[in-house]
Design a protein around this ligand. Structure first.
Ligand code: COA
Length: 482
């Protein structure tokens, strides 16, 4: 493509050299939209580089307003990330009830649960009954004022509220409508889905666990938070495309797809099975035949460098006194010296990676005799001096107390009016010119008045009428019903 363009411009240059034609002065590009209302795409950057120091020129998503219609985990993860990046995220919740997670796994009486608070930081909350006529009117006004609508209701719920994509697009052609669903179009598209269903349907569970045990779900919520992360990427990409096209679009992330994307190495192994056994799986060395599908690999390494979880000093009483040890080929000599097996460096049974593959069990048992004499942190310190890749198994207690994670803003302590200080996970994506905005989660409806007044520009009288209508408060609804 580039070469073709080059050739074209060369030819054009030749042609123009022959005959000098005086062209009329070029008119400046019109700033107005062209006939179908779509702004003209510009090939030139619209702004000059900021003169402000790094980190003081605002946040990456400043000016982006998100109508957050999400609940539980997958959607809220996505909108929280957008909020950390500077978007104004307005969470719309059912009056009196809110996101169901506010009350789930509650640890402090009368306070929003950690389930909710850790997924909804840095957002504003307004309560709104989307099925109430006045509520619908406010919702439509919000649609007009926002850039992105994010939702993860059960399939069809948004349409049942009257918010079909066609209707939203009519109200606001620039609106990006982003959804998480359990499955994409197909036989299961109407199903409700939670994390573990997605882990099973996306190929994670069948490939996690030990060969002789049942499939396992993971601690990492790759179905929920993983899909939220995918959706956030879809949204910012759509926002970027909108700068060219001037119009919004639908963004859909199915949880099954998100899990499969993260489990793609297992689909890789499925295809490799056609060409013979998977030699890096320890079952190969144990002489156990492979079946038709990618098996569960226990703690085998997912890549080409064999690894395993090994006991460390104190394992008898500490369930996390373990280390992940990788026998990376280039440092095999160092490993042999460390564990007191220098003869393995030249022994034909151990000297090369292919020779080692059928003997992984024996190798790791031997390394474990060495790791069991040290704490997991000692193993880490010693191995790092030799560039041997190892990872201590950190408990959540150790992570919560880890000062380096506090220093980088990956673990942040925020204060909450009802529950006091709590730890949350900050933005794991670090941008050098966009400092993260990590704040506590909002109380239910904390910003209803503020949003009605400042974002939707309702007058004090109108807000009074809205309150009386029962569209934003559960108490008023009860009064209305009485
Ligand atoms: N005012 C009035 N009604 C509201 C409302 C508001 N502010 N906000 C939501 N609702 C209503 C919706 O309109 C819908 O009602 P309807 O079914 O009568 O149309 C209902 O509340 C939401 O229902 P639903 O999404 O079905 O909730 P659920 O608790 O039954 O199911 C899930 C939860 C997660 C299983 C389901 O939402 C789902 O499958 N989501 C997609 C996949 C997903 O994200 N899963 C991961 C969750 S972590």
């Amino acid at each position: 493509m580039a070469t073709r363009n080059k050739a074209k411009s060369k030819a054009a240059a030749k042609k123009s050299a022959k005959k000098v034609v005086k062209l009329p002065a070029k008119k400046p590009a019109a700033k107005t939209a062209h006939k179908n209302g779509v702004p003209r795409p510009s090939s030139k950057p619209s702004t000059r580089p900021s003169t402000k120091p790094w980190g003081q020129a605002g946040r990456a998503l400043d000016g982006v307003r998100v109508l957050d219609f999400t609940h539980v985990q997958s959607g809220p993860t996505c909108t929280q990330l957008l909020a950390f990046m500077g978007a104004d995220v307005i969470k719309v919740e059912r009056p009196g009830v809110g996101d169901v997670t506010r009350g789930q796994l509650r640890d402090v009486k009368g306070a929003d649960s950690l389930y909710f608070t850790m997924l909804n930081g840095s957002k504003r909350s307004i309560t709104l009954d989307s099925k109430h006529p006045k509520g619908k009117e406010i919702l439509e006004r919000l649609v007009k004022e926002c850039d992105v609508l994010v939702e993860n209701f059960a399939p069809g719920a948004l349409d049942r509220m009257g918010l079909t994509f066609a209707h939203i697009h009519k109200l606001n052609p620039r609106m990006i409508v982003a959804s998480v669903k359990g499955f994409g179009p197909g036989p299961y598209e109407d199903c409700k889905v939670y994390e573990n269903v997605a882990l099973c349907a996306g190929g994670s569970a069948s490939t996690t666990g030990f060969r002789d045990g049942p499939p396992l779900v993971t601690g990492a919520q790759i179905g929920d938070s993983g899909t939220g992360l995918h959706l956030a990427l879809g949204i910012v990409t759509a926002l970027y495309q909108r700068t060219r096209t001037g119009r919004g679009q639908k963004v859909l992330c199915a949880m099954q797809d998100g899990v499969l994307n993260l489990a793609r190495v297992k689909l890789r192994d499925q295809q490799r099975l056609k060409h013979g056994p998977l030699a890096e799986y320890s079952q190969y060395g144990e002489g156990i035949a492979f079946g038709k599908a990618t098996p569960r690999a226990g703690n085998d390494s997912g890549g080409g460098q064999p690894g395993w979880i090994l006991k460390c000093k104190g394992w008898e009483s500490d369930p996390d006194a373990y280390v992940y040890f990788i026998t990376q080929a280039p440092v095999w000599g160092e490993i042999c010296d460390l564990i007191g097996k220098p003869e393995w460096k030249t022994d034909p049974d151990f000297a090369t990676p292919p020779a080692r593959l059928p003997r992984l069990r024996k190798i790791f048992d031997t390394i474990e005799q060495w790791t069991m004499t040290k704490s997991k942190f000692e193993v880490m310190d010693i191995c790092n001096q030799h560039d041997i890749p190892v990872g201590p198994i950190l408990s959540m207690k150790e992570i919560a107390e880890e000062q380096s994670l506090r220093a980088t803003g990956t673990v942040v302590e925020v204060d909450h009016p009802r529950r006091g200080p709590y730890l949350t996970v900050g933005n794991p994506i670090k941008l050098s010119d966009s400092p993260p905005d990590v704040r506590r989660s909002p109380l239910l409806g904390e910003h209803t008045d503020e949003v009605l007044r400042e974002v939707l520009r309702y007058s004090a009288n109108e807000i009074g009428e809205i309150k009386a209508s029962g569209a934003i408060s559960a108490a008023d609804k009860k009064a209305e019903a009485a």
